[in-house]
Design a protein around this ligand. Structure first.
Ligand SMILES: [Zn+2]
Length: 513
């Protein structure tokens, strides 16, 4: 006997991303799973008296989106702060107005957080400084964070509260811009965010909660049913927080949480009473940097660490955003893999922003995959074209070449670094277009279907979840999105304007336009 459906979507144009059954017009959902995928005729027979039926009127249905690399808690915090991104402000004057506006609604003496500014897109073409922020909010401590997360600006009140003076010594790798004559810091700090955040009061529970609410809603409104938290220092505290959010139903998308290497020993103790389909551990994240002028961690230490984590049977996610660090990660894998052979390790290169052909070849040999960020092309393409050295620019976000080389590529936003609407990412992967109208390496374009795969089935693969999600297949989790248009059918530059009409997660409509 055929099971009676809880929910049926019919008269749909379904892009299943399931090779054995690529197109369908109807899908049957029973509980939290997909029970059948087929034609309207096959499926309407499973309709029972209590079955909910959604007539999609020919609209496109795709698997729920999976953001393979983002930072949900930082995103929640950023949604509470004053938006100073290029879409909202054009000048330092605009920033002052936005902060002044917030100051009027904020209790005197309370912190104002603002973020997303990019001096490249400000009319003045310079970073704001403490005086600029003082005139906007003299009575409130203000921290304005650069879009990259690598710089911030404090006003005088903030510096006073944090005890930052001309005598303050910068932490290692950090730099304060100072007046040449007096040595007085002008409020602009580089690579000192961790230092500053460590001294600032953290968000109150209430503040964080309202940020999470906004983030949750935004994820669902954008069709994101799964996300992978790639925060490098995730540890027991973050796991507990995510667990609480899950238990209270405050963060609905499925979450996979990476941890830092520091949490290696405590990982086995992270438990969750609910289903791993809703919350589980992801890879171990390793940051490789050259900010201080030399490779950090040094190659030998990296080799040892990679061998250790790989030897424990865990998946690694390397933060690599320049040629040198990518090469170091590949070298470490070349060291570790032959010592402990494991066929399906799925180690990941996060960003892999610049990948010249000789490294692509070595990368392919390691069997690692890439987790890229197509939205960066849209939001930062103009800046890349103006600032990335020509030698690197040739290989920037070379998604087409990576795919042709046989390297699996998943897509993500790195939110809150840039907004996370997957349709903007899919659009950018296809058109290679920046918001400015310029294009970045148009020959590296992918088809709409490939870009869709990168945000669904390939992202699931990056998390060892491709057998339960990422395609609309019988037995899979019932995570689906109804779109206003077919990304394959609209002019490529209009893909970003496609609307998410309905988001279905775990068999339930959790968001509707
Ligand atoms: Zn990131």
């Amino acid at each position: 006997m055929t099971p009676v459906a809880d929910l049926i979507l019919h008269r749909a144009s379904i892009i299943t991303l399931d090779e054995s059954n690529p197109v369908a017009t109807a899908v049957v959902i029973k509980g939290s799973r997909i029970a059948a995928v087929g034609s309207d005729q096959d499926i309407l027979s499973q309709r029972g008296p209590k079955t909910e039926v959604i007539d999609c009127q020919g609209k496109t249905v795709v698997p729920g989106f999976n953001d393979a690399h983002c930072h949900p808690i930082a995103l929640a915090a950023s949604l509470l702060s004053v938006d100073c991104g290029p879409a909202s402000v054009r000048s330092i004057l605009d920033i002052q107005e936005a902060i002044h506006h917030r100051a009027r609604q904020t209790q005197r003496g309370s912190w104002i957080r603002a973020n997303g500014y990019n001096e490249f897109y400000l009319t003045e073409r310079r970073h704001p400084n403490r005086r600029d922020l003082d005139s906007a909010a003299p009575e409130h401590p203000v921290k304005l964070t650069h879009r990259s997360g690598h710089a911030c600006v404090l006003n005088s009140k903030a510096m006073e509260l944090l005890g930052i003076t001309a005598e303050t010594e910068e932490p290692q790798g950090g730099m304060m811009e100072r007046d040449l004559d007096t040595g007085e810091p002008n409020g602009l700090l580089f690579e000192m965010n961790t230092f500053v955040d460590g001294k600032m009061p953290s968000l109150t529970e209430d503040e964080l909660e309202s940020g999470i609410r906004l983030a949750n809603e935004a994820f669902l409104a954008n069709g994101i049913t799964s996300l992978q938290d790639a925060t490098w220092n995730n540890s027991a505290g973050r796991w507990q927080l995510l667990r609480r959010l899950k238990e209270r139903g405050e963060l609905l998308p499925r979450v996979s949480m990476m941890t830092g290497a520091d949490a290696l020993e405590e990982r086995p103790s992270f438990s969750y009473g609910g289903s791993a389909e809703h919350l589980h551990l992801g890879p171990v994240k390793l940051i490789i940097q050259t900010a201080t002028g030399s490779l950090n961690p040094p190659q030998e230490e990296l080799n040892r660490l990679v061998l250790k984590v790989h030897g424990m049977g865990l998946q690694l996610a390397f933060h690599v955003d320049e040629t040198e660090t990518l090469e170091a990660a590949i070298t470490a894998l070349e060291y570790a893999l032959p010592r402990v052979p494991r066929p399906d390790h799925r180690h990941r290169m996060e960003h892999c922003s610049v990948c010249p052909p000789h490294l692509m070849k070595r990368l392919k040999e390691t069997g690692a995959m890439v987790v890229t960020q197509p939205p960066f092309i849209y939001y930062s393409g103009e800046r890349y074209l103006a600032t990335v050295p020509p030698g690197d620019l040739k290989w920037l976000y070379a998604i087409g070449s990576l795919r042709s080389a046989g390297i699996r590529v998943a897509a993500s936003s790195d939110a809150p670094v840039v907004p996370f609407n997957p349709l903007v990412g899919i659009c950018a992967a296809v058109t290679r277009g920046a918001a400015s109208g310029q294009t970045l390496l148009p020959h590296e374009s992918t088809s709409p279907l490939e870009a869709l795969q990168a945000y669904t089935i390939d992202a699931a693969y990056a998390d060892f979840e491709e057998n339960s999600k990422g395609s609309i297949s019988r037995g899979n989790l019932a995570d689906l999105v109804v779109l206003s248009d077919d990304p394959r059918a609209v002019p490529p530059e209009q893909i970003k304007d496609i609307q998410v009409l309905t988001t279905i997660l775990d068999g339930k409509a959790v968001w509707q336009e």
